[in-house]
Design a protein around this ligand. Structure first.
Ligand code: GN1
Ligand code: MG
Length: 364
């Protein structure tokens, strides 16, 4: 179905002139709907990937719940400009939060937050601090909601034990005949597996609480205003019950990498410790009051886990023949795997320095 026909099903104000592809997500497709009426807003049209998100109804319920709650909490603290500081779902003409087209695609529309900046890696410590503060604040705002209110949009999403067992299955099956090409990567994954289960074990023992977490705290999932101040946390598809560690960890993975997520030059990849410190300071600034002592004491392991788990996920997809992630070329998932595992190794080697940094900012 044409985009023009799809948007006719939503309650949009004004008149949409152009529809431009927007952003670089690996999973969903997004389009910027540009309004030609001066007094009506632009919108964001998104096709939700229902192969990845198998229960779009549950996902949209979570999203409606979370956006409402965030807005109410922000309003309580007299925050101005609420429309730019929280996401707003635009309903269909039938008052639903999403529309299914005749081909079975799922569509939703959000208000477009204009005049924003997005970063792919942190250009400086100020941005790192600010982005981290935004993600921490998101979890803090949601700490007044019981996690059981939300469903799991992707079961076992950040369960490393499950991710490892999927990898082991894909090694056994070797569907794409690629196992022979990744012996070193598999060896590293196995040698660090026990260490990387630290957080999951703490959860299973009941030593850290489940919270509502974002679960995709990439630096490009926070919008900034023109003066580099945090505006709004976006991409709420994976907001669900999780550990605070998950948001800290994916932030470390994406904010502090001196290279690209898929850098072919492994020498470019490392954890930038100045950015790390700014990230930790910002995250703890907005969560210190909410997190338990055990959570703060063990947060550091998430910075190891997330590059590692992302490497495990890319590797699993590479072995399965590139079914999950959009790839730009045949080796893309392999390049991504190597880059992420390199980052995990670098994080492992910096564990003691990281511990000192988290301790310092966790207690002030
Ligand atoms: C996917 O689609 P995007 O770029 O928001 C993935 C994340 C990964 C990320 C890697 C639902 O996110 O978990 O960390 O790619 N989302 C899902 O960049 O799997
Ligand atoms: Mg995402």
């Amino acid at each position: 179905m044409k985009h023009e026909a799809i948007i006719n099903n939503f309650n949009l104000k004004g008149n949409i002139g152009t529809i431009n592809p927007h952003g670089g997500g690996h999973i969903n497709d997004s389009y910027h709907l540009v309004n030609t009426s001066a007094d009506a807003p632009d919108y964001l049209l998104q096709r939700v990937n229902h192969y990845v998100f198998k229960n779009v109804d549950l996902l949209m319920n979570n999203m409606a719940f979370v956006t409402e709650h965030v807005r109410t909490e922000l309003a309580k603290s007299s925050t101005k400009d609420l429309d730019r500081r929280s996401l707003t779902i635009v309903n269909t003409k039938d008052d639903a939060t999403y529309f299914i087209d005749p081909e079975g695609n799922y569509w939703r529309v959000l208000n477009f937050i204009d005049d924003h900046l997005v970063f792919e890696t942190a250009p400086d410590t100020g941005i790192a601090y600010e982005g981290a503060r935004m993600f921490g604040n998101f979890t803090s705002l949601l700490s007044s909601l019981p996690p059981t209110k939300l469903g799991e949009t992707i079961p076992n999403f950040h369960n490393i034990k499950w991710r490892l067992s999927n990898l082991r299955k894909s090694i056994e099956e070797d569907t794409a005949g690629r196992v022979k090409l990744v012996k070193d990567e598999i060896q590293y994954v196995e040698s660090s597996a026990e260490l990387m289960c630290t957080i999951k074990n703490l959860g299973e023992e009941g030593s850290i609480p489940l919270r509502i977490t974002h679960n995709d705290t990439k630096i490009n999932n926070v919008l900034f205003d023109k003066s580099n101040k945090g505006l709004c946390v976006i991409d709420l598809d994976t907001v669900m019950p999780g550990y605070a560690h998950y948001d800290f960890g994916d932030g470390v993975r994406t904010f502090t990498n001196t290279g690209e997520e898929d850098d072919e030059d492994l020498n470019k990849i490392s954890i930038d410790m100045e950015i790390y410190e700014a990230f930790a300071a910002g995250f703890l600034e907005s969560t210190r009051e909410v997190l338990t002592e055990t959570e703060i004491d063990t947060l550091v392991y998430a910075g190891l886990l997330f590059p590692y788990m992302q490497g495990v996920r890319f590797l699993t997809d590479y072995l399965a023949g590139d079914l999950y992630y959009k790839v730009k070329h045949e080796e893309h998932n392999l390049v991504r795997t190597r880059a992420q595992l390199k980052l995990a190794m670098d994080a492992e080697s910096k564990l003691e320095i990281m511990k000192a940094i988290v301790k310092k900012h966790g207690s002030t």
